[in-house]
Design a protein around this ligand. Structure first.
Ligand code: SF4
Length: 220
């Protein structure tokens, strides 16, 4: 799959067209938001709740060790509770069974030894496909991933995966996004600070964890 060159704000603009369409319809559709952690969700969740009834899907089998998985999952739960209370919402979280062995076995087939390469693309795809299938099976109107807020993740790749999933499942549930645009990161950082949120030191998988540990040793 080769990345097509798009105008700078292409996916952000698509999201705004869709939001305007929904607002004009007067409906409040159900959106499944694939969620990797509380910091990435911080601003995105509040912004999307203005238009959608949200459910978060947390499938963090990529994260090792389990203690780190639990910290991130609990942080997301605590933050969601606070947002529900503050904005009078009822955002639910669907958490998949933590099965890091199966996940890493699959990931090893794509390991090219670098962050942002084939392994990461496979990792996004596994997690997004699981979420997409859940959205289809549970009658969500839309599905998207919060990961387009992340500076470390390529939004074009994530949106291409979403588009491929639409084709594969002959559906148009994927909501195109580029949450980092228009000060998305800045808005997130303000909320992260306000809530004094836990911020992880590495992405999640065994590879990124090893890199993090090596960095700690060499920095003394
Ligand atoms: S670095 Fe992050 S995105 Fe890449 S494979 Fe590891 S957990 Fe997945």
């Amino acid at each position: 799959m080769d990345s097509v060159i798009r105008p700078k704000n292409y996916y952000y603009d698509l999201s705004q067209v869709k939001i305007a369409e929904i607002k004009a319809s007067g409906k409040r559709p159900k959106l499944l938001l694939h969620s990797c952690c509380a910091p990435c969700n911080s601003y995105v969740m509040i912004m999307l709740s203005e238009v959608f009834d949200l459910t978060l899907l947390y499938n963090g089998s990529n994260i090792v060790p389990e203690a780190e998985y639990l910290i991130r999952s609990n942080e997301l739960k605590d933050y969601t509770k606070s947002v529900n209370k503050q904005y009078n919402l009822n955002i639910q979280i669907k958490e998949f069974t933590y099965d890091t062995q199966t996940f890493h076995k699959e990931l090893a087939k794509h390991d090219d030894g670098r962050e942002g390469g084939q392994r990461c693309r496979a990792c996004y795809k596994i997690r997004m496909r699981e979420a997409y299938q859940y959205a289809l099976a549970n009658d969500f109107d839309y599905f998207t991933t919060v990961m387009t807020i992340s500076r470390q993740k390529n939004s074009i790749i994530l949106n291409e995966i979403g588009n491929d999933l639409n084709r594969e499942y002959a559906s148009d549930k994927y909501f195109f996004s580029d949450f980092k645009k228009k000060n998305g990161i800045l808005k997130s950082n303000e909320i992260i600070k306000e809530y004094d949120m836990y911020r992880q030191e590495y992405c999640g998988c065994a590879f990124s964890y090893q890199q993090y540990l090596k960095g700690k040793v060499s920095n003394g």
